[in-house]
Design a protein around this ligand. Sequence first.
Ligand code: NAP
Length: 252
Amino acid sequence: MSRFEGKVALVTGGGSGIGRATALKFASEGASVVIGNRNEKAGQETVDLIQQAGGKASFYQTDVTKLDNVQNLIKYTVDSYGGLHAAFNNAGVEDPEAMTPDQTEDTFDLVMNVNVKGVWYSMKCEIEHMLANGGGAIVNNSSIAGLIGYPGHAPYVASKHAVLGLTKTAALEYAKQGIRINAVCPGGIETPLLDSFTSNDNATREYIKSLHPIGRLGKPDEIADAVVWLCSDEASFVLGQGITIDGGFTAI
Ligand code: NAP
């Protein structure tokens, strides 16, 4: 299936985890893909994987907390491939476990800057381009932490609730102008971020696993499939949603 033949997709945080899986999936469906994250080696590895599989991709070093970096990323994408049709605003960081009063201001600022301001900066530049060029689809990466509380992680939970607020508001603003904006809300997914979230502690990991009625953690590909579908014409009537993909975590 080549739902994205001739299309251009952008993935922030595409050097790892869910972002890498999504970049690979977009490319396997025909899209030219631009990866934007800070770590050049990781970003280039994703590019290499795509090219080895016969796809088109490039890396552009980007810190999503810096507006000029994001503006340059969009310009690079459009200049290199002639457009931008789908964007996955996925770059994100976790916070160390601590009770709400014990979280530090540095943690709070970092998490908000990457997870919230980074998504806002990304949408700001993507929408500007899509509005002037016939529309497109945007997916932001929230979390089940955008839907429920999770003790010990107030900054992360607050940031992911904010991502859903940004998603729904922007979706309503551009609903009639050919830009569909949605979010995904993953449960626990096997990525480096989850390793940090659990401090690489096996008991904590097993506890998080036990919260998923399906009896396992999710895989990055299981989120990638939903993101690519949301950006495809098959999801043409889906707008302003946070699609939960969590093995039943929030169904209880
Ligand atoms: P990951 O493998 O650690 O990926 C995070 C990516 O974000 C990395 O590529 C990282 O690259 C990038 N990033 C971080 N800060 C950045 C910045 N300032 N500018 C640009 N890129 C930045 O973890 P992941 O689990 O795939 O996380 C991806 C997204 O999924 C995050 O938004 C996360 O909150 C969300 N999520 C994850 C889970 C889970 O259980 N894994 C569940 C729900 C939601 P650099 O460090 O090189 O920049």
